[in-house]
Design a protein around this ligand. Sequence first.
Ligand SMILES: [Zn+2]
Ligand SMILES: [Zn+2]
Length: 272
Amino acid sequence: MAIENQQEDTMKISVLASGSTGNVTYIETPKRKILVDAGLSGKKIAGLMKSIGRDLNNVDSLLVTHEHSDHCKGVGVLARKYHLNVYANEGTWDAMAHKIGKIPTEQKHLFGMGKTMSFDDLDVESFGVSHDAVAPQFYQVHHNGHSFVILTDTGYVSENVEGIIQNADGYLLECNHDVEMLRMGGYPWPLKQRILSDRGHLSNDDGATALMDILGRNTKKIYLGHLSQDNNVKELAHLTVASSMKQHDFGVGHDFNLFDTDPDKATKLTVI
Ligand SMILES: [Zn+2]
Ligand SMILES: [Zn+2]
């Protein structure tokens, strides 16, 4: 019947995996199916796609944020096996070259920092962040008046970035660690310093503060992501962000919802 065939003009997303062990996000519009990052093995990503009823054979493009393994581990395999077009900025291409193996030249594309590119009915905007990689950039995607922001792996959120990502419909935002767990935990001091620095990762408190600065009337769905395996717990991240926002009179649970992510389980494919 006609109605069944009529596809709604919406953007859907699933955070396939998020955490210090690997990151992949799936985004689809009626015309495009893309991934942002491929930080797990090709096999695992294929399995996660299957778990949301989707197939890697239908994905056309892969956007890479930076060269850390938890973001690019599967890039080479996916590009070769599924013939994906891969996008990254020049610094990231250079830095990840030795990690991903050979990719046919025609599948390698530049996505400059601060640029916007159109993929049919999906516009993608990149923005640079403060993180200890060569040229880390994250992405805001726009479709039919709605937008979704992916922002993990940043030591802080600058006013410039806040301006770019204001009032999106959805966010995947980093809540990497609980500061006390990190301080008291077994990591060597230089690594602790790295994580806590301006070029490291956002803590649960940092994530809450950033969210309160950027969300707006359009914001309905917030995914808490990139949790450290060692220095965070899902419930703690959720509680820290929720209580901090409630204290500041934000409508957690009615104006917008907070969702958890997992390192090895996809979030439900959801309209943004
Ligand atoms: Zn990462
Ligand atoms: Zn990183």
